[in-house]
Design a protein around this ligand. Structure first.
Ligand code: BGP
Length: 483
């Protein structure tokens, strides 16, 4: 029976802006994430507001450089000072891979000029990984745009930011190309396209929505250039995009609901995948947006050729949940997760949810793997998968049996996908360590390792392995044979 192949990359995932801290140390420049205010007053389902960073937020953030409480991403979980200890725990767990991101403002504080101390920091991280026999998987863009590029060019709205990203990626390939053999380009362009945030909405959510096709076009070009450059500079490395795939099911077998599910799936998943992987705009969706008054991307000579010709080596996928959609009439009032006349996201009665309302759907991960593999026929890596919970330490233990159950049920489905012919080469749990969630502070914990820290960025920062850490350690030891 086919199972996880030999050399399967069992790993843990993280991202610099949610983890590193050391935000103003070692010559690092400001990142848009350093201006992300904690918003505990915002509804958990309102992704747009949770992650919105406007010009006003930036002004306020710049005026309060000492404030770690309202700007928790400045502190992260302090990996910057704990990386040795953290990588030691990763090694003891038996991890084969570690996904982390290279922070652009740490390497190029103003977006374009190099900071040797930033480069040095990642060399030290790579030294630890190398000594531990752990393969690095590095994301080039995980939400931390240098603030300077915002100020100078308006961020991803401008093509100048693509050029700046090229300078950054070139530098990364030059510096780390002999040490890192797997790169991920842009984290979740599809989720960014759907919900914005993370500094894409400097002038507010509505303005972002009007310009989202333009920004997305720039992300796609930045991705394609990075792929080309990587192949030219490091021929033995692999590079690919990371999608945040959310399968969509119809609420009933009524063809109107089936079509509603397809409409949402196309816009949320397929539209961006087709652009990044096949260099093609789905005309129907562009026409829809045009009808809605959304600005069309400025496609210049050579853009589509670049997108078509950049040959990515694998596809990385983040999976947390599925969505369910039903048809809604044209007179339904417009709302989040609803396009009147097309679809409306609704409750899936057959699934349970996390405390943050995310549907727990292990079969969805197999659905995703098969769908992406069948359409693009490329090796796949799960770059994120995990479960958040409120947790506390009791007698020096964290009994996260729910997480063990969540992870094993998802991994059983991954194994089945392999048996069904999918080429899955790795699985990185999100997250190896407790870190800041994108919009819900520290209390939304995903880690296999607990970190003593709260929403106000206070705590001893002590690391404690949860029960899921030991469970994962066993699993890696027998290459998933105990599932
Ligand atoms: C993905 C992001 C991660 C991570 C995760 C969980 O979309 O790539 O950065 O945070 O989602 O989301 P959240 O932190 O909002 O719970």
């Amino acid at each position: 029976m086919r199972t996880f192949p030999e050399g399967f990359l069992w790993g843990g995932a993280t991202a610099a802006n949610q983890m590193e801290g050391g935000w103003n140390e070692g010559g690092k420049g400001w990142s848009v994430s350093d201006c992300a205010r904690a918003k505990f007053d915002v509804d958990v389902k309102n992704y747009e507001k949770q992650n919105e960073i406007t010009s006003k937020d930036i002004e306020e953030a710049l005026a309060h450089p000492e404030d770690m409480v309202n700007y928790p991403k400045r502190h992260g979980n302090d990996f910057y000072h704990h990386y040795k200890e953290d990588i030691q725990m990763l090694k003891e767990m038996g991890a084969k891979a570690f996904r982390f991101s290279l922070s652009w403002p740490r390497i190029l504080p103003d977006g374009e000029h190099v900071n040797p101390a930033g480069i040095q920091f990642y060399h030290k991280v790579l030294d630890e990984l190398e000594q531990s026999g752990i393969e690095p998987i590095a994301t080039l863009y995980h939400y931390d745009l240098p603030l300077a590029l915002h100020m100078r060019y308006g961020g991803w709205k401008s093509r100048k930011t693509i050029l700046a990203f090229q300078i950054f990626t070139k530098r990364c390939f030059q510096e780390f190309g002999t040490r890192i053999k797997k790169f991920l380009t842009i984290n979740e362009p599809d989720i960014l396209f759907m919900y914005g945030g993370h500094g894409l909405d400097l002038d507010g959510t509505e303005e972002f929505k009007r310009n989202k096709l333009i920004m997305n076009h720039h992300f796609a070009l930045a991705h394609a250039q990075a792929v080309q450059l990587c192949h030219e500079m490091i021929p033995n490395a692999m590079i690919g995009p990371v999608f945040g795939y959310v399968p969509v099911y119809p609420k009933t077998s009524n063809p109107r609901d089936v079509m509603a599910a397809k409409d949402l799936c196309d816009v949320q998943n397929t539209f961006i995948q087709e652009l990044f992987l096949n260099g093609r705009y789905m005309e129907r969706i562009v026409m829809q947006y045009e009808k809605d008054g959304i600005a069309l991307p400025d496609i210049r000579e050579g853009d589509m050729e670049l997108l078509k010709n950049s040959k990515r080596d694998f596809v990385a996928l983040n999976y947390y949940k599925s969505d369910t959609a039903a048809y809604c009439t044209p007179d339904t009032p417009p709302a989040d997760f609803c396009r009147p006349g097309y679809y409306q996201v609704c409750i899936n009665e057959s699934l349970q949810r996390t405390a943050w309302g995310w549907d727990i759907d292990p079969i969805g991960i197999r659905y995703m793997l098969r769908d992406v593999y069948d359409r693009y026929h490329l090796p796949l890596i799960i770059a994120e998968n995990g479960m958040a919970a409120y947790e506390e330490v009791k007698e020096n233990r964290i009994d996260d049996t729910y997480r063990i159950e969540y992870l094993s049920r998802h991994l059983i489905q991954c194994r089945q996908a392999i048996q069904e012919g999918v080429e899955l080469i790795g699985y990185c749990n999100w997250s190896f360590l407790d870190l800041l969630s994108t919009g819900h502070g520290f209390e939304k914990r995903y880690g296999l390792v607990y970190i003593d820290q709260n929403n106000e960025s206070s705590g001893s920062l002590k690391r404690i392995a949860k029960q899921s850490y030991y469970w994962y350690q066993n699993l890696i030891r027998c290459n998933g044979g105990n599932l």
